[in-house]
Design a protein around this ligand. Structure first.
Ligand SMILES: [Zn+2]
Ligand SMILES: [Zn+2]
Length: 134
């Protein structure tokens, strides 16, 4: 599949090609900051098939936790586009930034339920995990 997407203001655009490695919603406390409080919906795409086609993102990596992810976002409008997890061959593409978010269809799993809020919902039939599976 080939996915294309952009930030809210359109300054940064990307393309992700390859087979989706994971479709999920993440309930972790960190994601709640980025989403405004809900779970974060994402598609994991192979790192080698991901490229920015316009603009350059700003990047942020926490220095106060172990194995922090790097979050990449538009320096102009602040939209979070992807997360780059260390030691994982995929980039985490935020579904809301896709030109066609409906390609998600449905997440395969809900992860980091340990941080889920009482108002978070998981669609019927979606597997749940306390943390990252495996
Ligand atoms: Zn932007
Ligand atoms: Zn998360």
């Amino acid at each position: 599949m080939e996915l294309t997407g952009r930030c809210y203001c359109g300054q940064v655009k990307y393309k992700a090609t390859g087979d989706a490695m994971m479709k999920a919603q993440c309930h972790c406390r960190e994601c709640q900051y980025m989403t405004g409080g809900g779970p974060n919906l994402f598609i994991a795409m192979p790192k080698e098939g991901f490229e920015y086609t316009q603009g350059e993102p700003a990047k942020f990596t926490r220095d106060d936790i172990e194995n922090p992810v790097t979050r990449e976002f538009c320096p102009n409008c602040g939209t979070h586009l992807i997360t780059d997890p260390p030691g994982f061959p995929a980039v985490i593409v935020k579904v809301g930034t896709l030109d066609d978010p409906s390609v998600l269809e449905k997440p395969d799993m809900a992860i980091f339920m340990i941080d889920a809020q009482p108002f978070h919902e998981v669609p019927e039939g979606v597997a749940t995990f306390d943390r990252f599976p495996g």
